[in-house]
Design a protein around this ligand. Structure first.
Ligand SMILES: [Zn+2]
Length: 311
């Protein structure tokens, strides 16, 4: 397997869903395995007994859905994704039905998973490729507001993209053509900020240094990596703190007759001055653009409420 085809295979597992619900299980599992390879720089497989608690921890931190935290399914089903994944400790017949094995069977038989020798050799020969794959998994599955926390949790350098060597053996040109990272509308931020009169749609703040607006961002309601378009009805002008809390599912919107009401997750805790700062927006109405056709599209708001908001 050559590096470029490995990148292509990683692209093919993007946007995993389980019954229509966002499911970052495989990407998080692969990110964990890649991080161990990056740190340890040696060939090894990962016993399911090791994967289970680690992946559970990652899902608890980076996946808001409480309904589906399976660690067995991604571990066994990566076999079908052609990313060079292999399972040891089961015979060929059992491998066909690996996803049917119970967690107890996986642990009792000491089943271990990881990249096969060929893939491993490619990765260990080119550690920079490990970083490229990790960055690809991040960009295809999470908004940028997650990157730093995930990298720090796993021990990757942060910010990851600054550590990917430009003279790597794998051409990033072909990769960029196949990812949507380069398809962004460069005017998205400006259009959204103008529609919202350059104020945070949650708190109304607008901070300027002389004439320069600082700390104001354009958020995607439906994540860009999950096909959220760069359009004003999929955008919100938010201060950076509210943008992060929105991306992390701590804040969402509920349709309320003519407007949208701001809701906060029950699990959100704060102390000190931030407590009143957070509470002041609870239950208030979103500060909408003047023009009604710029208002958030209910379908995108519904997606955020269903798939990102921590309930
Ligand atoms: Zn704000």
């Amino acid at each position: 397997m050559v590096p470029d085809s490995l990148l292509s295979q990683f692209l093919s597992i993007r946007q995993a869903t389980h019954k229509g619900v966002r499911a970052p299980h495989k990407p998080l599992l692969l990110l964990y395995v890649l991080s161990r390879l990056w740190i340890e720089q040696k060939y090894r497989l990962f016993a399911y007994e090791e994967i289970k608690p680690k992946l559970t921890e990652l899902l608890n931190r980076f996946y808001q859905s409480k309904k589906n935290h399976t660690t067995k399914d991604p571990f066994t089903r990566l076999l079908t994704d052609q990313v060079g994944w292999e399972l040891k400790g089961i015979d060929d017949f059992q491998r066909i039905y690996a996803s049917k094995l119970s967690e107890t069977e996986l642990i009792d038989r000491g089943v271990a998973g990881g990249f096969d020798h060929e893939t491993m050799k490619v990765l260990l020969d080119c550690p920079n490729l490990i970083l490229q794959l990790a960055h690809l998994l991040l960009t295809k599955n999470f908004p940028e507001n997650y990157f730093s926390e995930i990298c720090q949790e796993l021990g990757f350098p942060d910010p990851l993209k600054d550590f990917i060597s430009a003279d790597d053996v794998v051409s990033t040109q072909g990769l960029d053509n196949r990812t949507n990272t380069t398809k962004r509308d460069p005017n998205f931020r400006e259009k959204v900020l103008n529609a919202y009169r350059r104020k945070c749609a949650f708190c109304g703040s607008s901070i300027r240094l002389r004439d320069t607006l600082v700390d104001m961002e354009a958020a995607h309601i439906r994540w860009h990596c999950y096909d959220g378009p760069d359009t004003i009805p999929n955008g919100l002008a938010l201060c950076s703190s509210h943008h992060k809390l929105f991306d992390w599912g701590a804040i969402s919107l509920k349709r309320d007759s003519e407007s949208y009401r701001i809701i906060l997750a029950f699990t959100l805790n704060s102390s000190g001055p931030m407590e009143s700062w957070l509470e002041q927006i609870r239950g208030t109405s979103l500060l909408l653009p003047h023009e009604q056709h710029h208002w958030p599209d209910p379908a995108f708001v519904e997606w955020h409420l269903d798939q990102v908001f921590e309930k």
